[in-house]
Design a protein around this ligand. Structure first.
Ligand code: P6P
Length: 338
């Protein structure tokens, strides 16, 4: 049997060779990975585990919460609150931050997560996932507040996601490339199955919800029209389209074979810059994509350079194959100059 590298061994070797992963951060990542294993088990139970359907409540976004949204959130809170590595947590499913209770030691890290992204897909058995982002608490005051979380994505110490699909896979970056681990259900271990992932700079595959076409801004329409024109149009090549409506699944496909993912601003809710959340969706995914040689902007600016003003703020997102993101962004910048 070929020698397998576990998540623990990978993290220890990263620390030994690159010094990227202080002890506390290593503990944090291992605890989150263990929590994702528990979420994977709950997700895989489906109708057998009384985990499907809605919970009869709404989250801070005004979205109906699925039972699994709440289960996943609770698993991540319970797994992380006692370890002494965190000062506080923030979640798509919670209005305010969750400060580590006084009965536990507080650490220097802040953990943000979308506990179960794409939950509209749960009941139809389509891949969903957990997205997480790690920041350092700046300053050494004992207290922690929402303001401590409001840091640009380039400050992230680590980011990752777990996709619960045909395989459960954990994708992680600590700023030294992107590693992929597959859950070995027989041993319960996360096993390294890919390292130093690279997203091809060009692609023939785009991901966007086409039903919103009539609401898009002109640069988006221009970009998509050119893709649809295919080999007969200005791009000179045919494109394929995918849309899973689960960001984790779409991003994982792009990480695996290239592509460009777009959730742009549109006229349906013009006061909102986009649908996706900056702090615990766009930033962690942007970190991973950039570490894999891709790019991520909001149409005009690098996602990871944006300075957040609110914990749950939304953002427009285009990410993936570098040359396509640059083209999409160039169209927006051209339109802004008219
Ligand atoms: P739509 C899931 O609800 C999510 O936040 C992302 O995972 C996904 O990419 C997007 O929304 C899907 O949105 O409007 O196509 O249902």
């Amino acid at each position: 049997m070929s020698r397998q590298t576990s998540l623990t061994q990978y993290l220890v070797e990263q620390q030994r060779e690159h010094g990227h992963i202080p002890q506390e951060l290593r503990l944090l990542i291992e605890v989150v990975a263990r929590a994702c294993k528990r979420i994977a088990i709950a997700v895989n139970k489906g109708a057998l585990g009384d985990v499907l359907g809605t919970a009869g409540s709404e989250n801070v976004q005004g979205e109906v919460q699925k039972k699994l949204d709440i289960i996943a959130n609770e698993v991540l809170i319970e797994a992380n609150e006692w370890g002494g590595h965190l000062a506080a947590m923030a979640s798509e499913e919670m209005d305010g931050i969750y400060v580590v209770p006084n009965r536990y030691p507080q650490g220097e890290y802040l953990l943000l997560f979308d506990p179960l992204d794409g939950s509209s897909n749960i009941d139809v058995n389509v891949s969903i996932g957990t997205i997480f982002s790690v920041l350092r608490k700046v300053g050494h005051s004992r207290g922690v507040s929402e303001d401590d979380f409001l840091q640009p994505g380039k400050q992230q110490a680590a980011a990752g996601y777990c996709v619960y699909g045909p395989q459960s896979m954990l994708v992680l970056t600590v700023g030294d490339g992107v590693a992929v681990f597959t859950l070995d259900r027989e041993t319960g271990s996360w096993v390294l199955t890919q390292d130093q992932v690279k997203i091809p700079e060009d692609t023939k595959e785009f991901a966007i919800n086409m039903s919103n076409m009539r609401h898009w801004a002109p640069p988006v329409k221009r970009y998509i029209d050119e893709c649809l024109a295919g080999s007969t149009g200005p791009r000179g090549k045919d494109f394929n389209m995918r849309w899973v409506a689960s960001m984790v699944a779409d991003v994982h496909r792009i990480l695996t074979r290239g592509g460009v993912f777009m959730y742009p601003w549109d006229q349906r809710e013009p006061e909102k810059p986009g649908k996706l959340r900056l702090m615990y969706e766009a930033n962690p995914m942007a970190f991973i994509v950039e570490q894999a040689g891709g790019a991520a902007t909001n149409g005009t600016e690098r996602i990871m350079a944006l300075n957040p003003t609110k914990l749950h703020e939304r953002v427009a997102v285009v990410l993936g194959s570098k040359n396509e993101v640059e083209r999409f962004t160039a169209y927006h910048l051209e339109a802004a100059q008219k």
